[in-house]
Design a binder for this molecule. Structure first.
Ligand SMILES: *Cc1c(COP(=O)(O)O)cnc(C)c1O
Length: 384
């Protein structure tokens, strides 16, 4: 292989100041990488909240037909998918934005609305990109810590949205990584307290898992009566089992907001296979509900098993659990990797002993728990 001569200018010094200081998103390891590094054939991947039951079988029946049209550019306006989303959500198509994953929508929001110095409020622990993309724009992001018992700190959030100008309020509900949810009453009062020109972004990546919980905030019902800008983000990566295809969407307060997003959107940002698989998956609600139900049932068992081992586990309304390992999460996660189990150790300040583990199939939980029994610190072997 030909190695390039070393660059005399440091590449980093060419980057914008905001990019020079930008943290790198912790995307975790792939199954193949773990297999290669540790030489373990069977990997249990519980680090990315994927749906192990996979995409809709009826959607998959169309896969070959979809692949045969790949020589065409995708429909830049994603008409078919937006029409089906409109039918299912009651939101007009001109208020729906499709993204290459909802991650891309978060980025588009930051590029379109945040200037250097603008203030954004989110929560801590946070979904990494809720902080990274605002920082890329030079915005000032404030992350409000959850309470000690791992819930949204409503008084502190209230305080944050009422203290000065606020460009964007953005958080996930249920929260990633905690799993806790905001109730309808709490969201209503937080929205009411926010400045009228604040863009409110509710990231509902786990909406399908939480929606049947009695107190879970119906954000569309709350926001649709507001004369203020808002967006609700959802994705096909979790409950619909299409993480590898990259497709997510935003429901917006009005067509004007959609138009602003379109200005910063790559014209062909969603690929044609993703658009069509997402549309077909929406038509198969039964499969999605079956996998969500199986996941919620398994979640109860896994939470109980962790609690039996003496861990505090945050209440979760999503397809993952967040628990306090009471030892270095990174070190424990590394030892689990050696056993072929991938989890996500948290790295944000104050949460370095916390681990997020996805809820998958019963056999995945068994593999995780068996590995955990082998590698956790002996001092934690009996319930405290
Ligand atoms: C998984 C996740 C996303 C990313 O979803 P994609 O559609 O795969 O980009 C966005 N927000 C939160 C909170 C998530 O957990």
């Amino acid at each position: 292989m030909n190695t390039a001569p070393e660059c005399r200018t440091s590449p980093l010094s060419l980057a914008r100041a905001e990019v020079r200081q930008l943290p790198v998103y912790n995307a975790g390891l792939s199954e193949d990488a773990v297999r290669a590094k540790y030489g373990i054939p069977r990997i249990t991947k519980l680090g990315s909240n994927e749906n192990p039951y996979g995409p809709s079988p009826t959607a998959l029946e169309h896969w070959t037909e979809i692949a045969s049209s790949l020589f065409r550019y995708p429909d830049a306006s994603a008409e078919g998918l937006r029409e089906e989303l409109s039918r299912q959500t009651g939101i007009d198509t001109d208020r729906i934005v499709i993204g290459n994953g909802s991650e891309q929508i978060i980025r588009m929001i930051c590029e379109a609305f945040l200037s250097a110095g603008d203030r954004l409020v989110t929560v801590l622990p946070s979904f990494g990109l809720h902080l990274i993309w605002p920082q890329m724009m030079g915005a000032k992001a404030e992350a409000i810590p959850m309470t000690a018992d791992a819930r949204f700190d409503l008084p502190q959030l209230h305080q944050a949205v009422t203290s000065g100008p606020l460009k964007v309020l953005m958080f996930s509900n249920p929260s990633n990584p905690v799993g806790c949810m905001m109730t309808g009453d709490a969201m209503q009062s937080l929205v009411d307290a926010s400045p009228e020109d604040t863009l409110i972004v509710i990231d509902e990546a786990y909406w399908e898992y939480a929606r049947s919980s009695p107190d879970y905030a119906d954000s569309l019902a709350i926001l649709k009566n507001q004369s203020r800008p808002w967006m609700v983000l959802r994705t096909f990566s979790k409950a619909y089992g299409l993480a590898g295809l990259r497709v997510g969407y935003a429901l917006t307060s009005d067509p004007g907001l959609t138009a602003v997003m379109t200005r910063v959107r790559d014209p062909f940002n969603s690929n044609s296979a993703a658009l069509e698989m997402a549309r077909l998956s929406l038509l198969d609600q039964k499969h999605m509900h079956r996998t969500v139900d199986a996941t919620l049932t398994e979640g109860k068992a896994l939470k109980a098993a962790l609690e039996e081992r003496g861990y505090f586990v945050a209440q979760s309304f999503a397809n993952f659990l967040f628990f306090n390992a009471r030892e270095s999460a990174s070190a424990l996660a590394e030892r689990l990797l050696e056993q072929g189990v991938i989890v996500k150790p948290w790295k944000e300040k104050g949460y370095e002993t916390w681990i997020r583990v996805s809820i998958a199939r019963p056999e995945d939980s068994q593999a995780f728990l068996a590995a955990l029994n082998r590698v956790r610190q002996p001092s934690h072997s009996s319930a405290a």
